[in-house]
Design a protein around this ligand. Sequence first.
Ligand code: ADP
Ligand code: TRP
Length: 313
Amino acid sequence: MTKKRLLTGLQSSGTLHIGNYFGALKPFTNIYQDYESYLMIADLHALTTVRDAKLLRQNTIDVVKDYLAVGIDPTKVVMFRQSDVPQHTELAWIFECLVTVPFLMQAHAYKDKVAKGIEASAGLFNYPMLMAADILLYDADVVPVGEDQRQHIEYAREAATKFNSAYGETFTPPQEMIIKAVGIVPGTDGQKMSKSYKNTIPLFGTREELEKAVMSIVTDSGGKRPENVYAIHKLLKTEAELTPLYEANQGKYKNLKDALVEDLDTLITPMREERAIISDSDIKDILESGAVRARERASAKMAQVKQQIGITI
Ligand code: ADP
Ligand code: TRP
């Protein structure tokens, strides 16, 4: 039986935290082998926020290392950089000629920026059409993303439908796969863990960094269970394991935090060690061979598109 095709993308925009791990990386490791999988580093999308060449280059390498360190087998997934496949920007332009300005103005990412009084670039405005191209070039059946990306998949479906009705059946409208495995991982302040709130526990942090983050978890002064500590602990151990520990240490927050550091370190140490032995040149090789495979598929699809819209002679 042929496998369905899966494609997902992630921006190369910073250091991963345990919220990213439980909310995105771990669920991905559980499913990617059931599909013909494509994992794309969206470095062109990252240009909407990153304006530092050295940083962008480093982020791209880092994010690939992160995925390998959590157990992704690069021979079982096509890992590639968006910028290595020029068909993405080419198809995005074609979609931009089909959708309207008011339609793009309804995108949350754009609306939120404008509402905050931040000047939005034309790149940010067109962001959903580049993402539509990412997905549709590969005829992806499923697109695993976080809840925040749901609207972008709707935009991709709309681009597919608009194209099909103008030029004939060409694209399969894609389906989102919203990953809801763990819900929201709370940060050290009890809010959603997010790099923009500075409340993270770093995924590949050293023991000292883990300690520092865990000790800063906000606890209430009542004698009850420290919920912010427990909520993170629950991702690592079962209730049956945790109940006796928390009962024996009522009010002793330091002991409970020490236990959490220990359990986090047990999870992270092997991944940290795995990550340390991956070289930049390993990453270069993986991305180069991924680019060849991605271009093969993207250029075949693009040849069909060009035929249909009349830019071949
Ligand atoms: P951040 O909020 O730190 O900027 P991103 O928006 O880059 O994180 O998220 C990347 C992926 O990690 C998304 O799939 C998102 O759903 C997931 N994710 C991020 N933060 C959390 C969290 N606190 N709990 C669960 N999943 C999360
Ligand atoms: N916009 C996505 C995010 O910020 C990243 C992304 C770019 C993507 N292209 C994609 C995700 C294609 C899925 C499919 O998380």
